[in-house]
Design a protein. Structure first.
Length: 155
């Protein structure tokens, strides 16, 4: 009996909170979930594949996949500037990030040696770097819209 009451209470609290989340935030949350699932599989299985199937050493695979962090830093700086610029904006930056990430994935899929693996990893890291600032800005913008509506609504 107590468990059912707690379950109902938590469901009503959750359902009262969930509708206040902006639809764009929901879309980003769902997209981010799928992105993280894909990233998790990639980070787990890519080293196994590149070592066992392509024949690279574990060290070279680690260095190559880690190089994405370097281009990711550059991508965050450039992507943040593009997302905040009046000419590019958030949407175009997100579309560019998607195109760069897809290109990086295609290069990684065609990898047959260390050099191509590093290039694919750098391209993928750049795309991820472009994605984050624009995505965070969109969520912040949507949150400001909700906050403004809440401040204007009479209680």
């Amino acid at each position: 009996m107590t468990f059912n009451l707690m379950k109902l209470a938590s469901q009503s609290q959750l359902s009262s909170w969930l509708p206040s989340i902006h639809p764009q935030v929901w879309i980003f949350a769902i997209g981010r979930f799928f992105s993280e699932v894909g990233t998790g599989f990639t980070l787990f299985y890519a080293p196994i594949f590149f070592v066992n199937q392509v024949g690279l050493s574990a060290t070279s695979v680690g260095v190559a996949l880690g190089s994405a962090s370097i281009s990711g830093i550059v991508g965050r700086i450039v992507g943040g500037s593009l997302a905040d610029s009046g000419h590019w904006g958030r949407r175009r930056t997100l579309l560019l990030a998607t195109a760069i990430s897809a290109s990086g994935s295609l290069v990684l899929a065609a990898t047959s040696n260390f050099t191509i693996l590093v290039i694919g990893s750098l391209i993928s890291g750049l795309g991820i770097g472009f994605y984050w600032p624009a995505a965070e800005a969109v969520v912040a913008d949507a949150s400001e819209i909700i906050a403004a509506k809440l401040l204007r609504s009479p209680d």
